[in-house]
Design a protein around this ligand. Structure first.
Ligand code: KE4
Length: 438
């Protein structure tokens, strides 16, 4: 594919440009979630018409190898047949009741069987709800109000967590959102990721209800925990009577059947799930120790509710996704393709003379425009976001679509094959060349 000039862009993206103008007239930023607006990369977002396996197609007919995958849920690629079939059955028998269904118990049982730390689970509709509810439960169980989170980790947009969140907020340079009452965020203590002394200090100096963390940070780029970091947090939480909440909304069932906690052999008190657990439908969950979960209404006094929680369509999609993941060689495939992608990108960047730092845990990959390691938020924001924007833009024009932010994670699916990598690497050669020429 030859270089695309500015003029070409006008023709290549004509319908998306028109669609975005209309969308901006009727929706803030023309989007349903801020990061999708492409503000951080200085482009107009493409409007998507369809997805198929590892690709998406925009309304101008441009086909892209997709490393966004709906920001993680589509681990089996777009429109996997088993999930489509499972959902079509539900479509014929009823897709919402506001009453119990066996599908909920089937997915709940699958989660409980796969994650030893989860004795009971409650479904909700978003990762935000899952983490917000887990924190409320932790506050009730410990009779403490304060929580700890890491700078750069993102746990959804509930008030007490919208404090220097990662993901969109970091990209948009909004350290914390207007409209969040100061007294709410006063109870949130921020510590750097991958740093023990600050965690020790924060726990010792405050009565902390819960330390909530992404075990593998995915909202400041992909940053794995350093050796013994998570175990030390576990030990410190035990010492101070603080509950450890693993936000596995992104990592849950993506990096392993037993989630990230099984890779690092840590037992959190509560686990939050999302994305993959719903297979791309609005579904998330929180779960954990029975003594804690029995405090959730109606068993206990901790209130949490949701009209569409446990929705049959989402349950069918999630159950089919996990069944496929657990009964095939999916994780081996994801490891292989993720490894090939990381190695290929590193080589192409090196050949182009562009310093990059890469990270990877299974099918979660991080690419930082930095000539030094990235272990926390401070390292991540020091990376060259202008270079990322150039890289993103050339990749888009060459048929590879990435998250429009240097603070997101690349995701691969079981459908990303060698042909997809070939397109990716050809595009990356041009993209790194453009970065080198900056
Ligand atoms: P939702 O409320 O967006 O379903 O989940 C919030 C959330 C919680 N925890 C983690 C670790 C997350 O990554 C997320 C959401 N992730 C972002 C992408 N990094 C969602 C994309 C978006 O905001 O549009």
């Amino acid at each position: 594919m030859s270089e695309i000039t500015t003029t070409d862009q006008a023709s290549r993206y004509a319908k998306s440009l028109e669609a975005n103008t209309w969308a901006q007239e009727i929706m803030p930023g023309g989007v349903s979630s801020p990061v999708r607006a492409y503000k951080a990369v200085g482009r107009i977002p493409v409007t998507i018409k369809s997805g198929d396996k590892a690709t998406v197609t925009d309304i101008d007919g441009n086909i892209y190898i997709d490393y966004v995958l709906s920001y993680g849920p589509l681990i089996l690629g777009h429109t996997p047949e088993p999930a489509a079939a499972a959902m079509s059955k539900v479509l014929r028998s009823g897709w919402s009741f506001g009453m119990p269904t066996e599908l909920e118990s089937q997915l709940a049982q699958t989660i409980v069987d796969a994650v030893p730390a989860i004795d009971l689970v409650r479904f909700v509709n978003s990762g935000t709800e899952a983490v917000m509810s887990a924190i409320r439960l932790a506050r009730a169980a410990t009779v403490r109000d304060k929580i700890i989170k890491c700078t750069g980790c993102y746990h959804g947009h509930s008030d007490s967590l919208l404090v220097q969140a990662g993901s969109g907020a970091t990209t948009l340079g909004v350290p914390s959102s207007p409209g969040v009452p100061a007294q709410i965020t006063a109870g949130t203590v921020l510590i750097p990721f991958n740093d023990i002394p600050t965690a020790e200090k924060a726990l010792a100096e405050n009565d902390i209800a819960a330390l909530v963390i992404e075990p593998i940070a995915g909202n400041m780029g992909c940053i794995p925990p350093q050796e013994n970091y998570l175990q030390t947090l576990r030990d410190l939480c035990d010492k101070h009577g603080t509950l450890l909440i693993f936000d596995e909304v992104m990592t849950g069932f993506r990096v392993a059947k037993g989630c990230a906690q099984s890779i690092y052999n840590i037992t959190p008190d509560l686990t939050c799930l999302g994305k993959v657990v719903g297979g791309g439908l609005p579904c998330a969950a929180y779960g954990g120790r029975e003594d804690l979960m029995r405090k959730v209404a109606p068993d206990g006094p901790v209130y949490q509710a949701g009209t569409l929680s446990g929705n049959p369509l989402a349950m069918a999609a999630g159950l089919s996704t996990l069944e496929t993941l657990f009964s095939t060689d999916a994780y081996a495939k994801l490891e292989s393709i993720g490894n090939a992608l990381e190695i290929g990108l590193k080589k192409i960047a090196s050949d182009a003379g562009v310093p990059v730092y890469t990270t990877r845990v299974g099918s979660m990959i991080g690419l930082f425009f930095s000539d030094s390691p990235v272990h926390n938020y401070e390292d991540a924001v020091a990376c060259d976001t202008a270079k990322y924007s150039t890289f993103f833009s050339v990749m888009l024009d060459q048929g590879v679509i990435l998250a429009p932010s240097a603070f997101e994670t690349w995701f691969v699916s079981t459908e990303h094959d060698q042909a997809a990598l070939d397109v990716t690497f050809a595009a990356a050669a041009k993209a790194f060349a453009a970065v080198a020429a900056m």
